[in-house]
Structures are given as structure tokens and as C-alpha cells.
Design a protein around this ligand. Structure first.
Ligand code: ATP
Length: 538
């Protein structure tokens, strides 16, 4: 896995997974765009979630509700009143923070002179229609869930579902986070994958456990093993107002620490009850606000008892961006592909020592930066072989660039890294943005090029396997470019393929190289599609 978030941020930028929004105008804090590779990875995550939760079960329906909703939805959901975060201002540097993210100290300037926390509603407002007055505004939804609750009766009536059943939805949500940060982990515009699963009251606790298991199995399936997830059983005093019990699934992100990737809440009959009329006839267990506006009773007719009941709801809710970040962190590796000759390593070791000595002596570098560089440098010297790429990171630390000998060290390290290391993104093949890349052994050989392009086109038919053609470098370099974006297969068309090599029996075959093992196999072009399809199922 990644050891630093910077590795992922750098990769995302370098290869076009994620860009800051509106970058040419200085960006927009807490908002990001997904580039050519990012959109593929994101779409693949969503498709996998949908397939697992909608197609591979017998008890689910899908939905795509609008982002804009009647303002009354947010009144009765409780969001107008309770979707608040405590906000504090630093009187010294004027920065603004979410109180529960800091501990009485301004993270920017270290001052303890902070205002008292005050509630801040995180919903974005927008105006509807040409007249701006208090009755003409709407919110951008802060969660997708409410679109499901208010459509409960519609889905029930049109599908004739019996309890238990669920409704799944993927879509954008907006929160005016006070301190968006940590790359795409906490942002103001994001996507959620949410399920509202409706059950008979009394069976809710059992279904809550079942969903916990089902969701852990999905995370494993997309590459986050169970051992890497911590289940946080949220204590009563931290529960949201609607929740009877919540399990938060937590992933240990580099730098950010153990953080929520998904919440699985038992929301009881709070939501359907809140949005119903005639509430006093519904035997609700949740405490809801009196609803004078709803036109419907969101109930289910239970044939067994002959009674109308308000179902309980289990809600697994995951963020697409946090999922993508976790998957990238988990799959990331910088690894040695072949041993480095001892004399070259010794030379780097010596240069590193010289660098550290001059850092120690330098007056240009401030105390804290100096200590950080020295501590990291010493740790590196211990295990140089495995951690050569970290020398690069060391040289990127604040202050390190002010030292002349750093340049010399970089000059020595860079070629070694290029030759002996690779960055690889071990994504599950089903998530990989690009499934296969096809290369001609030589780019100025017409028959190699046309054959490679034909292979690419053939694999791309049907649209399931995103395949690219690349001839912009030597094969080794092309492999590396695909490794770091997680492409599971590289296919090379060489002289044997076109019947001009040494071995005539290899005509019509190509080399398929596996991302993880780096092993190469010869496969007939006619069997290529079936061969890849089989492996991509993993
Ligand atoms: P946090 O405590 O981290 O703010 P939350 O408990 O408010 O999160 P939920 O309301 O449970 O989050 O939302 C469900 C999921 O939506 C979260 O598990 C997370 O994956 C995602 N999510 C919530 N807020 C954000 C955000 N600002 N940026 C990105 N993803 C988010």
C-alpha cells in the first residue's frame, strides 16, 4: 500500500486521474474533476457496486432521483434543523475550522484564541425561479437517501415488492464542509452509493448484521481485505438523530489515518415516519416532527397480520471518492524489479550521507525541516535497497532543495530508480481504468502498427474492455506507464506475430504480459479475447 498520500496525489495528477476543479483560475477549494483515467476507475467502482447490490440480488430495485427537491423534504428529514457542524473561528489568523476536527488549537497558526463553537448548516442553497425571496430557494441535496424515502410509495406501487426489499441509488451530494481537505477524502461535491433496505420492524437488528457482512464482502471483492477495515460501532452519544445503531467501516489512509469509508445505519422508522401524514395512527417508534404537509402515508400492507406497518430501514452508505482513494492507496506499490548492483548502492549510500551532513550544517534550512530531513534520511540509510524511491521523496521535502549536494544525489538516484523500480497500481482487474494496452514492437514498421491497431480494435468491440494502443516509447517504458495506472495486460505485436520472426510457428500470436507477475505468455490472436475475459473476471 501507499506509505504517503503524496504518492497518490502525485500519481493522480501525473497520469490524469484527478484534477483540481477550475485549476486555470486558481481552483475551487474542496472540488475536484475526474480525468480520463479517473472517470473510468470511478465508473468501474460504481458499476461493480450496482452489479453486486442490484443485479446479483433478488431483493433490490434501482432509482435515480433528482438533486433538487422540494424544500419540505429537508424540513421533515430533520436536515434544516440538525445538519449542522460546530464552527469555530481563529481570532489570530482568521481561519475557520470545524470544531470536532481540531483540539482547541488552530492547525494553521497554533493559536488557542478561538471563538466558541456555533452551529453551521452544511446544506448549499440555490434559488429557484426568477424571484429571489424566502420562499423561492432550494437546497442541493446533502445525501441521496431522501430521494429514496420520498419515492418509497412509488417504487412499492410499481414493483409490487414484498418486505424485505431495498432501493439502491448512486448520485451526487453536496455539503458545505467548513474545512475540506485531504485531497478527495473530504470535499464539497461528491458522489454517494446508497441503499435503503426496508424490513419488518423487529427484524432490523438481524438485517443490520447481514448488511454489515454483505458490505465487508464487497469491499474485499474490490480489493480492500477485511483485515484492512476497522468496524466502529458508533457509541450512543455520537449517533445521528435518526439512528438506533450505526457501524462505520474505517480504512487506514496514509497521513489521514483511520477514517470512515462507509456508514451502515439502522434508521428505524424515522424516515418513512417523518415524511408521512396521519403520523399518530402509525405506531411509530421513532420520535418525528409533526408533519402537516405530506400527502402520503409511507406504509406497507403486511398480509400476514392484515395491518399497515411503517418499515424499518437499514442504510449502507458509501462515498465513491473515498472508495476510489482507498482502492488506489491499497493497490499502490513502488517495488524493485531487479537487484541493483552493490557498488551502485554503496555510491548512493555515500552520497546520501554527504547530503545529510550538509543538511546538518546548513543554515538555510529551518530547525524543524532540518530535523525532519535528518530523521527520514537516517531511517532510509538503514534499508536503502528496498526504499530507493523514498530518496526522491526525501529530496522533495521542504528545505532539501536548498542544498547543492541534493542535486548530485538526485542525479545518481534517478537513473537507478528508472531502471530497477516500478510503480504499480494493483487494482482488481475489474476496476482497472484500462484493461489492456497493445504495442507494436517498432512504431515505424507499417505491418506491426496495423496489426497492433487491429488487435486493439478487436478487443474493444462490445465496449466492455477499454483497450488502448501506444507506440510512444520502448516496450519497457510502455510497460511501466501501464503498470502505474493498473492496466492488467500488455500485449505486444512483434515480428513473430506477423510471420517474419525466427519461429514460424508463432505467426498469429502475441505476447501477453501480466501486470502483477510480469510473466509473459504467447497467445493466438484468435483466442485473445476469451483469454483476457476469463482473467478479467477475477
Ligand atoms: P464524516 O464524519 O467523515 O463527515 P459522515 O458521517 O458525515 O462523514 P455520512 O453522512 O455517513 O458521512 O455519509 C455517508 C458516506 O458519504 C461517508 O461514509 C463518506 O464515504 C461519504 N461522505 C460524506 N461526506 C463526505 C465528504 N465531505 N466528502 C467525501 N465523501 C463524503
Amino acid at each position: 500500500p501507499a506509505t504517503s498520500l503524496d504518492q497518490i496525489v502525485a500519481l493522480a495528477k501525473r497520469r490524469g486521474f484527478i484534477f483540481p476543479s477550475s485549476e486555470i483560475y486558481g481552483g475551487l477549494q474542496g472540488v475536484y474533476d475526474y480525468g480520463p483515467l479517473g472517470v473510468e476507475l470511478k465508473n468501474n467502482i460504481i458499476a461493480d457496486w450496482w452489479r453486486t447490490n442490484v443485479y446479483e440480488r433478488d431483493d433490490m430495485e434501482g432509482l435515480d432521483a433528482a438533486i433538487l427537491m422540494n424544500r419540505l423534504v429537508w424540513k421533515y428529514s430533520g436536515h434544516e434543523e440538525t445538519f449542522n457542524d460546530p464552527l469555530v473561528d481563529c481570532r489570530t489568523c482568521k481561519m475557520r475550522w470545524r470544531a470536532d476536527h481540531i483540539h482547541g488549537v488552530c492547525p494553521n497558526c497554533g493559536s488557542r484564541d478561538l471563538t466558541e463553537p456555533r452551529p453551521f448548516n452544511m446544506m448549499f442553497r440555490t434559488q429557484i425561479g426568477p424571484v429571489a425571496d424566502s420562499s423561492s430557494f432550494a437546497y442541493l441535496r446533502p445525501e441521496t437517501a431522501q430521494g429514496i424515502f420520498v419515492n418509497f410509495a412509488n417504487v412499492l406501487a410499481t414493483t409490487a415488492r414484498k418486505l424485505p426489499f431495498g432501493i439502491a441509488q448512486v448520485g451526487k451530494a453536496f455539503r458545505n464542509e467548513i474545512t475540506p481537505r485531504n485531497f478527495i477524502f473530504r470535499v464539497r461535491e461528491f458522489e454517494q452509493m446508497e441503499i435503503e433496505y426496508f424490513v419488518m420492524p423487529g427484524t432490523d437488528e438481524e438485517w443490520h448484521q447481514r448488511w454489515l457482512e454483505a458490505r465487508l464482502a464487497w469491499w474485499e471483492q474490490i480489493g480492500i481485505p477485511r483485515s484492512r477495515i476497522t468496524i466502529y460501532d458508533v457509541p450512543p452519544d455520537e449517533l445521528a438523530h435518526y439512528s438506533k445503531r450505526t457501524f462505520d467501516l474505517m480504512y487506514d489512509y496514509p497521513n489521514i489515518g483511520v477514517q470512515e469509508i462507509e456508514g451502515i445505519a439502522n434508521r428505524t422508522d424515522y424516515d418513512l415516519g417523518s415524511h408521512s401524514k396521519d403520523q399518530d395512527q402509525l405506531n411509530l417508534t421513532a420520535r418525528v416532527n409533526r408533519n402537516e404537509d405530506s400527502l402520503a402515508r409511507l406504509t406497507y400492507f403486511d398480509q400476514a397480520s392484515g395491518r399497515h406497518v411503517v418499515p424499518y430501514v437499514i442504510e449502507p452508505s458509501a462515498g465513491v471518492g473515498r472508495c476510489m482513494l482507498a482502492v488506489m492507496c491499497e493497490g499502490y506499490a513502488e517495488e524493485l524489479t531487479k537487484p541493483i548492483p552493490t557498488e551502485k548502492l554503496t555510491a548512493v549510500g555515500d552520497a546520501l550521507q554527504t547530503f545529510l551532513k550538509s543538511v546538518g550544517r546548513s543554515e538555510k534550512i529551518g530547525g524543524e525541516a532540518r530535523d525532519a530531513i535528518l530523521a527520514r534520511g537516517e531511517a532510509l540509510q538503514q534499508a536503502l535497497t528496498e526504499r530507493l524511491p523514498e530518496v526522491e521523496q526525501l529530496l522533495a521535502m521542504p528545505g532539501a532543495d536548498q542544498i547543492e549536494v541534493g542535486k548530485k544525489l538526485r542525479g545518481q538516484v534517478q537513473p537507478l530508480i528508472d531502471e530497477h523500480y516500478r510503480t504499480v497500481l494493483r487494482l482488481k482487474p475489474r476496476l482497472a481504468p484500462i484493461k489492456a494496452a497493445v504495442f507494436p514492437l517498432k512504431r515505424n514498421h507499417e505491418q506491426l502498427v496495423t496489426t497492433a491497431k487491429a488487435v486493439r480494435r478487436q478487443l474493444q468491440v462490445g465496449g466492455e474492455m477499454r483497450t488502448v494502443y501506444d507506440d510512444t516509447g520502448a516496450i519497457g517504458k510502455l510497460y511501466r506507464r501501464q503498470d502505474e495506472i493498473g492496466t492488467p495486460f500488455c500485449i505486444t505485436v512483434d515480428f513473430d506475430t506477423i510471420g517474419q520472426g525466427k519461429d514460424p510457428s508463432l505467426a498469429g500470436t502475441v505476447t501477453v504480459r501480466d501486470r502483477d507477475t510480469m510473466a509473459q505468455e504467447r497467445v493466438p490472436i484468435s483466442e485473445l479475447e476469451g483469454y483476457l475475459r476469463e482473467k478479467l473476471r477475477a
